[in-house]
Design a protein around this ligand. Structure first.
Ligand code: MN3
Length: 258
C-alpha cells in the first residue's frame, strides 16, 4: 500500500528535520555555534551530579571559562569548534537516539554508560558513541583550568599509593595518551576500593562501562588539537598536562567513592 511506503519516508524527514536544526533543545547554542564572531559567555564549573547524573533531554553547558582561556596551549578556535560543534553533535545524536524511549529517558548519563551492555541493541551503539561522547567531554571541560595546581588530600595519597609519586603517574598518563592508536582517550580512573590506574579507551568509550570511575581524561582525537599541533600529539599532551584542574579531580575522586 502507498501508506506503508510513506511512513518510513515521513519518519526519515522528521529525523532529518531534527538533525538540520540540530535539535529543538538548543536553538540558541546552534545559532551562536555557527557564528564565531558571537562568543558565548563563560559558565561555571559543574558539580559532580551535573557532570555524571544528568538526564534526558541532555543539553550543552557553556564552557566554565572563556574559549581563549588556554591560549597558546589550546587555541581559541579549537576550543570553540570542539565545544559548540563536536560536543553539541554528540548531545544531539544522544537525544535523537533516546527519543520515544521513556524508560531510557529516565536513566542518568552514568546509568546509561555503566549499563551499556544491557541496553536494547537498537540504541546501544548510539548511546556508546554519543552518550560516551557527551560524558567524556563534560569531564574534559570540567577538569581543565589555567590555574594549574597539584593533587591534594586523599587524591594525593591515592596517587602516591598507586603510582609511587605524582611524576610517575603523569609520565604513565602521558605515555598512555601518546600511544592511543587512532581516536580515543587516556584516563586516570579509580576502582571501587579507591585504587588508581591509567587506562585508555577507543573512540568515545568511557571507563564506567568497564566498572571503573573516570577521574580525569584527555581527548586525543585529532579534533582536540590538530589546528594548532597537526601531527605533534606529544606536544599537545605535554601542554595539556599543565592545565589539569587537580582540585576538581580531587572532588570527583572523593564523590566517586561515596
Ligand atoms: Mn573531542
Amino acid at each position: 500500500m502507498a501508506d506503508n511506503k510513506r511512513i518510513p519516508r515521513k519518519k526519515a524527514l522528521k529525523y532529518m528535520a531534527i538533525g538540520s536544526v540540530a535539535s529543538a533543545f538548543t536553538p540558541f547554542l546552534i545559532a551562536t555555534g555557527c557564528n564565531r564572531d558571537v562568543k558565548s559567555k563563560p559558565g561555571t564549573y559543574l558539580g559532580y551530579d551535573e557532570i555524571f547524573n544528568s538526564v534526558y533531554p541532555f543539553s550543552l553547558a557553556p564552557l566554565p571559562y572563556p574559549a581563549d582561556e588556554f591560549e597558546p596551549a589550546i587555541d581559541t578556535q579549537t576550543m570553540e569548534i570542539h565545544h559548540s560543534r563536536h560536543h553539541q553533535g554528540y548531545i544531539n545524536n544522544l537525544n535523537n537516539a533516546l527519543e520515544g524511549n521513556a524508560e531510557l529517558q529516565e536513566m542518568t548519563l552514568t546509568q546509561l554508560i555503566t549499563n551499556l551492555n544491557e541496553l536494547p541493541e537498537e540504541v546501544r551503539t548510539a548511546v556508546r558513541n554519543h552518550g560516551g561522547g557527551h560524558l567524556n567531554h563534560v569531564i574534559f571541560w570540567n577538569t581543565m583550568s589555567a590555574e594549574g595546581g597539584n593533587p591534594s588530600g586523599s587524591l594525593a595519597e591515592a596517587i602516591n599509593e598507586s603510582f609511587g609519586d605524582l611524576n610517575t603517574m603523569k609520565s604513565e598518563f602521558s605515555s598512555a595518551a601518546g600511544t592511543v592508536f587512532g581516536s580515543g582517550w587516556a584516563w586516570l580512573v579509580s576502582d571501587q576500593n579507591g585504587g588508581l590506574k591509567i587506562t585508555t579507551s577507543p573512540n568515545q568509550d568511557n571507563p564506567l562501562t568497564e566498572g571503573l570511575s573516570p577521574l580525569l581524561g584527555i581527548d586525543v582525537w585529532e579534533h582536540a588539537y590538530y589546528l594548532n599541533y597537526q601531527n605533534r600529539r606529544a606536544d599537545y599532551i605535554n601542554a595539556w598536562m599543565g592545565l589539569i584542574y587537580w582540585d576538581k579531580v580531587a572532588v570527583i575522586f572523593e564523590e566517586s567513592l561515596l
